[in-house]
Design a protein around this ligand. Sequence first.
Ligand code: SF4
Length: 431
Amino acid sequence: MSSEVTGRAVDAETPLLTVEGLEKHYVEESFLGREHERVRAVDRVSFTVREGETLGLVGESGCGKSTVARTLLRLEEPTGGTVRFDGTPVESLSGAARREFRRRTGTVFQDPASSFDPRMTVGRSVAEPLRVQGVAEDRHRPVVTDLLERVGLEASDADRYPHEFSGGQKQRLALARALVTNPDLLVADEPVSALDVSVQASVLGLLDEVKDRFDLSMLLVTHDMGVVRQVCDRVAVMYLGELVEVAPTETLFRDPRHPYTRALLGAVPDPDPDPATRRETVELRGDVPDPSDPPGGCRFHTRCPEVVPPGSLDVEQSAFRAVMDLRVAVRSGRVDLETLRSRAAERADVTTAAVGVDRLASAVRERFGIPELSDEEAEACLAAALREVAAGEFEDASDRLAAQFTSPCETRSPPESEFGTGRVRCHLETE
Ligand code: SF4
């Protein structure tokens, strides 16, 4: 059965777009051809886009934000969850109702160069969605030329070909094409990241202006917090397939609650001249884990600068983080013993064969920046584990470290908690 999506019946109480528990999992084939890996690209993602607002969906490359955009537009089928557009579940739409949903959702993607057929005039390309909607050909030209002018191009550009336009102009053309069916929601996925820095601001300014002029709601997918600050009303932060914080932009920049948000913001230059109030720079170390095998508990615990030490342990948080870095490296077998052995030999002015287990264990400790721990029992455990690492007994070292240094962040998934008009998932908020 299909449901209708016609007209615009949203108000402040009914968001234009509601995403609830969205999931997108892929099953990847192993190199032997057996299906075995479930990649959890998107997990339990919920947010709304209200009428007239711009919501930024941010996170590092590979965090699943583009998959969220493609899934909610039904360019990919979700594994679970619900997407409501104007109150109607999108999965229930078919036929004319599905076409009407397409009409009401415009899209702009990252690479303007690949989104135009080089053999078609841009006028024909911009009019393509009208053709799909069955609008009579003789009505295309006035709509297209009007839109070209509104996005800062000229009506006569309709007769030119894509290669005659710069990257920034092509993105303006892509925007004109997204607007040609008079949509209510614009989904823009990294709309300026492929553009020269010198034209990014003007295209962003245009997006913002068009959003107001056409009375649109917008979902802006980006990795760039500077872009978010410039155009978004609210921000949803994603890490490894999950939402970790949602808040109004101003609140998020003033008082980021999630350590990952703090790290993202730490990478953005803060113009505040006062060192007392200037945002602290947070260095985010380590690789983003493999989404086919996400870490248990809080998925950010393998990199979180604020990961919580177990209550039984009397150690500084920074020392605990350093031990966690060692654990993550040992678990994945990524401790380069040969390089450390060579360095230790060079420093002691001996041959590599003369570097014993204790000297190599010290080099490993130094490599991970682990100080001597004040907790005697923990220090003894750590010293024994370091010797095991130096002897190449990674599995034993991993088990030993896990027994003493397991964080509550690894074993329990943080619940969602609300603050003001935002929400966050982090144990620091609840404990
Ligand atoms: S739950 Fe723990 S690991 Fe996750 S963000 Fe909070 S402090 Fe960091």
